[in-house]
Structures are given as C-alpha cells and as structure tokens.
Design a protein around this ligand. Structure first.
Ligand code: ASP
Length: 605
C-alpha cells in the first residue's frame, strides 16, 4: 500500500485521552494498529499510543474509500486517523479501557508506515519467551505492562530528584572513564588508544568522586547514576545498574536516614503508596539475634530467645547444652502439620547443618518435645506468643565437640535459625499470607535501618581482614582502640536500608582524617605504597581540609521493581542484559575487528 506523509498533521489528543465529554469533537489521533476486527461492512481498529487506546470505526456505507483503506491495515502499522468522536451504544461500552465509552468514526486515514508481522504482538496476553522479548525489545516495550513500568520508573526518579533538590542537594555528574573504585567487584576496563597498554575503568560507584565533592565544599551531592560491576553472574544482577547516590557534609547517620526516608516516601507516593516514616532502626547485632540475618524480613515475627523455657533439669534430661543460644521460630496460621511435613523439617535441619559448618543446632522436633517435656513445650509456645494454629520450631544447640562456644558458633545458631525461619516462611507462604500480594504489588512494606555493621570481615582463604563495606568507612568512635587488637569486634558507622528482606541500599559515615585512614589500611594489610598506588589522589585530597561526611547509595532498579510488583529487574530496565550479561537486542559483547585491536595495541590470547 502506498504510504502517506505526516505533512503538517498534528494530533489533537493522545489515544488514551478521549471521554464521553468529547462527543462530537473532530479529532486527529496518531498511533499503532493494536487490533483489527473486520465485520465486513464495518471495521473496528484499536489505535494505540503510550497513553492507551481508542476504538476507530470504518463504515463502508459512510465512506467506502476509507473503509477500503482500513481493510488493508495490519497489526503495528502506524496510522493517522481523523474523525469524529461519538458515544458508544450502551451495550458496546468497554469498561476495561478508559476510552471505552466512546469511539471515533473515521473519515480520513493516513498510513504512515507498515510493519512486518512481529514475532509476538504487544497485545498478546500469554507468557512470551524472554529471549525473544529481549531480542525484539522495541516490540516488547510497546506492551502495556512495560510502558507502565518505564513510566513508573520515570515518575519515581523524578520524585526522588525533586525531593533531594528541595533539600538542597545538587545533582553533579562524575566521570564514567576513570580508575578502579573501591567497591570490591571486578572492573570493566576501557583500553586507551592514545596511551597504549593503559586502561580506564568504568566506575563501580562514584564513591571517591562524591567524597571529593565534599572536600570541594559542595555540601550535599546526589546523582542518579549508572554503575558497572563485573561480578559473577547471578540471576538477578545487572552488570550495569542505576544507583541513587548521595553524600553530605557534617552528617550523623540520623541525618542521612532522614534524607533517605523523605525521598523514599516521595518515591512510594509516586506509585500511589503511603509509606510510614521514620523506619524501624536496629543494630546489626540485634538483627542477627532476632532475625538471624542482616536484612530482616519483618513481615513475620522475630525469633524468640527460648532459653528461659528450660530448667536445668529439662536441659539435663534433653541433653541440651544450656550455654548455647536457642531461638524459637514462629510461623503464624500454619495449622497442624502432616507426618510428611515433619520429615521435611528433619531434612531441613540436616541440610542446615551441612550448609553451615559452625552450626551445631537442630530444629527440634516439637511433637517429641511435647511428649517428653510438655511443660517446656508449653512455655516455648508462650514465649513465642504462639496461637493455636501457629507453627513453632525451636532451634537449639546440641553440644558438638570443641567449637560449640566459639563466637562463630554462637552466631551460627542465630543465622541458621534465620535461614530456617525464611525457608519455613516461604514454604508456608500460602498459609501465613504475610508475603501475599494484593493486585500487582505487595501491600505490606516493612522498612528498616540496620546500623553498626562489623567493620571487617575475615577472609578465611586469604587469611586476612577485608573491609565489610569499603575501606573509607569510618569505624565507630568507641571502637578505635580495637583496630589492631581485635578487628573482628570493631563496629563501623555503616548502615543498610532494608525492605521486606531485601537490601535497598548501603552507606556509611566516612573517614575524614588521614591518621585514621592510615590505620584502616594497616588493619587491611595494605602497605603505604599499595594504598598510594590505588588511591593516592584521594589520600592527597584528604589532607586539604576534609569535612566530616557520609552518604549512601540505593539501587533504583530494585526500588522500581518492587513498586511495579515485578519479580525481575529486567522488567523495569528498558534495555537490560540477560543473566549471562548479554544484550540480546544489539548482540553485545562481540569480537572487534583486527584493525580496532591493532589501534589499541591489544592482542587477544
Ligand atoms: N559506594 C557505596 C556503594 O555503592 C555506597 C556508599 O557507601 O555510599 O555500595
């Protein structure tokens, strides 16, 4: 079919805009053919743009030439339709679409472009193979759900920007071509042509730049910024992802929390959700003891210390070492469990033992306990606040030889309890319903701050201490004296913001003093020379009047994913990579030409 030019045609309305009150208006709509229904003398076409759809009517009796032209339209053709809005008959009103009360009778039709038959139609309901969706992302993005997600992403980012700007934060860009940053993942490298054999690194975060911006006196910085980490492939990781990155001068952690709570409230509001603030605050230590994990999902009850349920006599009789930690897990509304489920509990107990070499605990068979020591069982249920239908699983230490009382073992009692709690929570999700979604989105948003993380993590393989956050994180003022003697006990002024068991962001108050920074490098086993060769520019900058400062970075993709009620980051990133870090649409990465390599002085081994 011959194509028409757009000429000076301008749309009068978007395709999702027309309502009953527009009846009688002459309108011009531009968009894609979503669906065509040919009833012979009458053809209906839904014309679609990002705002929605309008039903167009082509009546042979009224305009044979336009009707003839419409009969040649196919899915995804691009058209201009000029016509008159009319009210639909009561029995043809479509309540499912916003424009469902009206239709447009078309008297002039322009065909602006044709389309090949796409591998799937944007209107297709059924599940579509994800690789095909990613390869034909331009078609995929036309789907209503993707349009809504990308729109939501815009709304959320805009709300965050506006909130931060209103609080005096400046959005400042930092370079993408830079040198290695301290986040601890592998860098993506960019070879330099003019300096053969030398490389830029893509930033894992703007960490040192944002700290330098504080040294430069900008006081409050933010950036919604792409970060790059070449990590081992995991299902829900993207090699490039977007962070809401910020830094401020002279803050206590509380000041950072206020700022984040404020923009998250604004972001949730953009998705129509009222988020109560301030969030719960809890130290790392508390989180481990109560939830057995540093990112607690508070939609279900915390674990309970059940040691008080046992008398010395009970312990002796049950052969339980009373010096160990014991916690009770309660999962509401599970009801009676079958023999098969009891067996599964025993299997889970063994599995946890295998997973964690420091765990010498068992998920105690509650039914057994009820038989052997009914008063203990009753006390445990009481301590856990269990109702008649609640499942209670005690996690108690058995006296494994040797290491049962080490710090690692003590912690493992809690973390294994935490793992069991989550497994049981998932297993019985349909019973306790705490993880339920209403409509698209989880309705119960439990946010919290976890504070006072350990400063260092011990790397068993390398036999040395690593920075748990990054090496510019400030130790707790009260723990400075333990830096050399007992690094494992040093707390950091580091914090995470956690939502329903997922970490949304991490940050810290930074070291602003040269002398302390030196001590930290020493604790990390880094020589002066090493530190200088990696971060020399930054260490120099620290010497020129660095103010106390701190900040945080939150993953925008994850926030939008949760607000959109999606389970995958790929649903909210316009052009994502697969779990294998491949861009299916442009087909990247690819080999490059011999000439390009020669230019760069690179030879592939
Ligand atoms: N740069 C850190 C990160 O990306 C966040 C921070 O410390 O502000 O995880």
């Amino acid at each position: 079919m011959p194509l028409d030019f757009l000429g000076d045609l301008r749309r009068t309305h978007m395709c999702g805009e027309l309502r009953a009150e527009h009846t009688g208006a002459r309108v011009i709509l531009l968009g894609w053919v979503n669906r065509r229904r040919d009833l012979g003398n009458v053809i209906f076409i839904d014309v679609r743009d990002r705002s929605g759809m309008t039903q167009l009517v082509f009546d042979k009796g009224e305009n044979a030439a336009v009707h003839e032209k419409a009969s040649n339209l196919r899915s995804e053709y691009v058209i201009a339709a000029i016509g008159k809005v009319r009210r639909r008959d009561a029995d043809t009103i479509n309540k499912n679409i916003a424009t469902g009360e009206i239709e447009v009778t078309v008297d002039e039709l322009k065909l602006l472009n044709e389309s090949k038959l796409p591998p799937f139609l944007p209107s297709e309901a059924g599940p579509i193979n994800e690789e095909v969706r990613l390869k034909y992302r331009y078609i995929d993005l036309r789907r209503e759900n993707m349009q809504a997600n990308i729109q939501l992403r815009h709304n959320v980012a805009l709300a965050i920007r506006q909130d931060l700007a209103a609080r005096g934060f400046l959005e400042i860009e930092t370079p993408f071509m830079t040198r290695s940053t301290p986040e601890g993942a592998r860098d993506y490298l960019v070879p330099s042509r003019v300096h053969p054999g030398e490389f830029y690194a893509l930033p894992q975060s703007p960490q040192l730049f944002k700290q330098i911006l504080m040294i430069s006196g900008f006081d409050k910085y933010f950036q919604i910024v792409r970060c790059f980490r070449d990590e081992d492939l995991r299902a829900d990781r993207q090699p490039e992802f977007t962070q809401i990155d910020l830094e401020m001068s002279f803050p206590q952690p509380d000041r950072v929390f206020e700022v984040v709570e404020s923009f998250l409230k604004a972001a949730f509001k953009a998705a129509g959700i009222d988020l109560p603030t301030p969030f719960v605050r809890m130290t790392y230590d508390q989180a481990i003891r109560q939830y057995g994990i540093d990112k607690p999902d508070m939609r279900l009850p915390a674990m309970t210390d059940i040691r008080p349920a046992f008398t010395d006599e009970d312990l002796a009789e049950l052969r339980i070492d009373g010096n160990l930690n014991m916690v009770g897990i309660r999962i509401p509304n599970v009801g009676k469990i079958s023999d098969r489920e009891k067996k599964e509990l025993r299997a889970l107990s063994e599995e946890l033992g295998k997973r964690n070499k420091d765990f010498a605990g068992v998920l105690y068979d509650f039914a057994q306990l009820e038989k052997k020591r009914p008063q203990v069982a009753a006390k445990i249920r009481e301590l856990c606040g269990a109702g008649a239908d609640d499942l209670v699983v005690p996690v108690v230490g058995i006296a494994a030889e040797g290491k049962t009382r080490s710090a690692a073992n003590q912690k493992a009692q809690f973390t294994s309890g935490g793992e069991a709690r989550l497994e049981l929570a998932r297993k019985y999700a349909d019973k306790h319903k705490a993880f339920e979604r209403t409509g698209e989105v989880a309705r119960d948003f439990k946010l919290l701050w976890v504070t006072d993380f350990p400063m260092f993590e011990y790397d068993e393989g390398e036999r040395r201490w690593n920075a748990a956050h990054h090496p510019f994180t400030s130790p707790h003022e009260q723990d400075m004296d333990k830096l050399q003697a007992d690094p494992g006990a040093v707390r950091a002024l580091a914090y995470d913001v956690v939502l329903n068991g997922t970490e949304l962001g991490s940050g810290s108050i930074r070291i602003h003093r040269q002398d302390i920074q030196k001590q930290i490098f020493t604790s990390l086993g880094m020589t002066d020379d090493e530190a200088r060769s990696r971060f020399g520019f930054f260490l120099d900058a620290l010497e020129y009047g660095t103010p106390p400062h701190g900040g945080i970075a939150l993953g925008l993709d994850r926030i939008v994913m949760i607000l959109a009620g999606e389970d995958s980051l790929r649903e909210v990133i316009p052009f994502p990579k697969t779990a294998k870090a491949i861009d299916m649409m442009v087909d990247a990465p690819t080999p490059v030409s011999e000439a390009q390599l020669r230019d760069l002085g690179i030879k592939i081994r």
